[in-house]
Design a protein around this ligand. Structure first.
Ligand SMILES: [Zn+2]
Length: 79
């Protein structure tokens, strides 16, 4: 039982690690998440969003955003 639970935790953290964008997204406040969702909805470019994130001291990268947006990160999050 304990081993199964541990393996599940490891599997989950591995999945989380594959998507740096979602990791960053989940670390944001509810307010910032909404602002980000809104920016995508308004068709802001990844570059513009990255600039805004960096201006706020939030670490992300073009590559992480790009991979997530084209679905190459492997996560199932649609954000
Ligand atoms: Zn992703």
């Amino acid at each position: 039982m304990a081993l199964a639970k541990k393996l599940q935790e490891i599997g989950e953290s591995r999945n989380n690690n594959t998507c740096y964008y979602i990791k960053m997204y989940n670390s944001l406040s509810k307010e910032d998440q909404e602002a980000l969702d809104d920016a995508w909805a308004k068709k802001y470019s990844a570059n513009e969003i990255l600039m805004a994130l960096r201006a706020e001291g939030i670490k992300s990268s073009n590559e992480a955003i790009r991979r997530h947006r084209i679905g190459a990160c492997g996560c199932q999050e649609k954000k």
